[in-house]
Design a protein around this ligand. Structure first.
Ligand SMILES: [Zn+2]
Length: 193
């Protein structure tokens, strides 16, 4: 396979892209060698080398534990549970949350064969217990899978004594946190129940 074919093949694997758009991306990069192609190679290489998943919360960062877990100004008794790192980043962008996070890594799904052991639920229960977390906010999407997962996680947390709250209604059904604007996120967080 030629380097161009290999690059096109790899870019076609990215979310939202297929072979046709991959060819367009490759041409775009070739025409912008110094402005885009070379810096992109550098950024990819640095990312692959330095960025790792935080063992505490599941976020991606160059330091371990991540910057959010290290930040002492945050409320250490408040924990927000999200499905994916994209949701964590969305909440961070909104600036509405000042506690810490726990990324589950997905939602329970009988259809896709995702069982509780496949998600970071046991680590969550352990963390809530040992870190004396006072409140756990389940910021899971309003999909059937998201709500099934929220129900299961709440059950697992019952014995810890922590208060468990949910994001307020107003999240679009089937919508993911990452697609919400900051104002909606902030309102959903403030009106949690
Ligand atoms: Zn972390």
């Amino acid at each position: 396979m030629s380097p161009l074919d290999r690059l096109t093949h790899l870019i076609a694997k990215l979310p939202g892209l297929g072979p046709r758009s991959a060819r367009r991306v490759v041409l775009f990069l070739l025409k912008r060698r110094e402005a885009l192609l070379v810096p992109l190679i550098q950024a990819l290489s640095e990312t692959a080398e330095a960025v790792q998943q935080c063992p505490v919360c599941g976020n991606w960062d160059v330091q371990s534990p991540c910057a959010i877990c290290r930040e002492t100004a945050r409320d250490a008794t408040l924990l927000c549970v999200v499905e994916d790192v994209a949701d964590l980043w969305a909440l961070e962008r909104s600036g509405a949350f000042k506690g810490r996070y726990h990324v589950l890594g997905g939602t329970l799904s009988a259809l896709d064969g995702v069982r509780p052991a496949d998600l970071r639920i046991e680590a969550l229960v352990q963390r809530v217990t040992t870190d004396h977390i006072g409140e756990v906010i389940l910021a899971l999407s309003a999909t059937v899978e998201g709500q099934t997962t929220a129900h299961y996680v709440a059950q697992q947390l019952a014995a810890t004594g922590a208060k468990v709250s949910h994001l307020a209604h107003g999240l679009p059904v089937g919508g993911e946190l990452d697609y919400l604007d900051d104002g909606t996120l902030t309102a959903a967080l403030q009106a949690r129940r």
